[in-house]
Structures are given as structure tokens and as C-alpha cells.
Write a protein that binds this ligand. Structure first.
Ligand code: SF4
Length: 217
């Protein structure tokens, strides 16, 4: 159909149309980025969440493009920090009222001598007290969370399928946490997240007090 329409134009007119189309796309992209930067500025500097649904739409769907532009003025981690902060605020109330909550913990919090084995539901903690995960699991279960220590993101997809949660709390490094929250947000699941204090692939740390406080809320 497009070819039939284009047959009515000569070559220079076709290029002119393509140019206009490209200019419109670039302009829309520019507007989206500008809006996101303004909303992000108010969120980070003024502690205000403006036009939350619009920001959610932009963050959910255009985060890769935003990140590329944001890297001209900031770092990857500060971008993810802003995104995580936004998702936490946006979903806070819905998460608090969720009926089926899941807590997803990273296996890198384990001690190097962790005796737990990997099972179908992730790492099966035996509460040896060599790392904080045992205490976290107990508090989370007392507060009606399903808890998983996961070795990778494929586990998360399975957990969602099996448990069908309406609220997910994740702990991870900036990048993985943002990507996970973004994935869940696009599935319209109320999400909350806490960033690790020290990341890396082994012996990571977190603010335990803060996490336990949030789980008991
Ligand atoms: S508390 Fe659990 S997760 Fe931590 S080291 Fe012991 S068995 Fe492993």
C-alpha cells in the first residue's frame, strides 16, 4: 500500500517526505528526553514527583534512549538510582496493599563458605548464620513474603509464573535492580527495590536495618 502511495511521487518528493518523517521522529524523541530530564530534575533535586503517569510511561518505554543521553551529563549509576527512586515512590502505596508479595534476594550476599545447595526454588538457605540472608528470610516470611535467593534472572520469570505476585521487592546492584524493576513495572506489578551497599559478584553487603524495617512495614 505504501509503495502504491509513493508511486504518485517523484524521487525528490519521496526523499522530502522521508526527511519530514525523520524530523518529526527526532523532534518527538527530543521532547521525550527533555520531559524526562525535567521530571528527573524535580524528582532528584526537589524531591517532587511530577506527572507520575507520564514519567512512568517514559521510564518504562524509553529508558535505553534516556540512559544514552543522560551519560553526557552523569553516570550510569546515578541514572539507575533516579529510576529506582522513581519506581519506589510510584509503587509504594500499591505495594503496601499487595496481597501476594515476593522478596527476591541476590545469591552474592552469601558467605563464601555457604553450605546451601541450589534447588528448583533457588538457593536453599540452611540458616547457618554466616551471612545476613537467614535473618532476612525469617523476617520476610513472618511478614507474609514468599522468599527466593536467586542465582539469575531466569528464576524470576519462573517465580512470576508460579506465584503470580501483585508485589515484588528486589535487592540487587544498581543496574540489575533497575532492569528488574523496569521489567516488573512493564508487567504492571507493584515493585520496590533496595540497592546493595557494596556490589560485585561475591560477598556483597546491604543496609540490613533498612531492609528489615521495610519488610516489617
Ligand atoms: S545463612 Fe543461609 S545463605 Fe547465608 S551462608 Fe548460611 S546457608 Fe548460606
Amino acid at each position: 500500500m505504501i509503495i502504491t502511495i509513493l508511486e504518485g511521487f517523484n524521487l525528490s518528493e519521496v526523499f522530502e517526505l522521508l526527511g519530514i518523517f525523520l524530523a518529526i521522529i527526532l523532534f518527538l524523541g527530543f521532547v521525550v528526553v527533555l520531559l524526562a530530564l525535567i521530571l528527573g530534575y524535580f524528582l532528584v533535586k526537589r524531591n517532587k514527583l511530577l506527572f507520575p503517569k507520564l514519567f512512568l510511561y517514559i521510564m518504562d518505554n524509553f529508558h535505553s534512549m534516556l540512559l544514552r543521553i543522560y551519560l553526557l551529563i552523569g553516570t550510569e549509576d546515578t541514572f539507575y538510582k533516579m529510576g529506582i527512586d522513581f519506581y519506589n515512590r510510584y509503587y509504594q502505596n500499591r505495594f503496601d496493599n499487595a496481597k501476594r508479595k515476593v522478596l527476591i534476594l541476590p545469591h552474592c550476599l552469601r558467605d563464601l563458605k555457604c553450605p546451601a545447595k541450589l534447588g528448583t526454588n533457588g538457593i536453599q538457605c540452611v540458616f547457618c548464620k554466616k551471612c545476613p540472608l537467614g535473618d532476612i528470610i525469617k523476617v520476610a516470611k513472618d511478614n507474609n513474603y514468599y522468599v527466593y535467593i536467586v542465582p539469575g534472572s531466569t528464576f524470576i520469570k519462573r517465580i512470576l509464573k508460579e506465584k503470580r505476585p501483585d508485589g515484588v521487592f528486589g535487592v540487587s546492584c544498581y543496574r540489575d535492580l533497575f532492569q528488574g524493576m523496569n521489567y516488573l513495572s512493564r508487567k504492571n506489578i507493584a515493585v520496590q527495590g533496595q540497592v546493595l551497599l557494596k556490589d560485585g559478584c561475591i560477598c556483597t553487603t546491604l543496609d540490613l536495618e533498612e531492609l528489615l524495617y521495610k519488610l516489617k512495614k
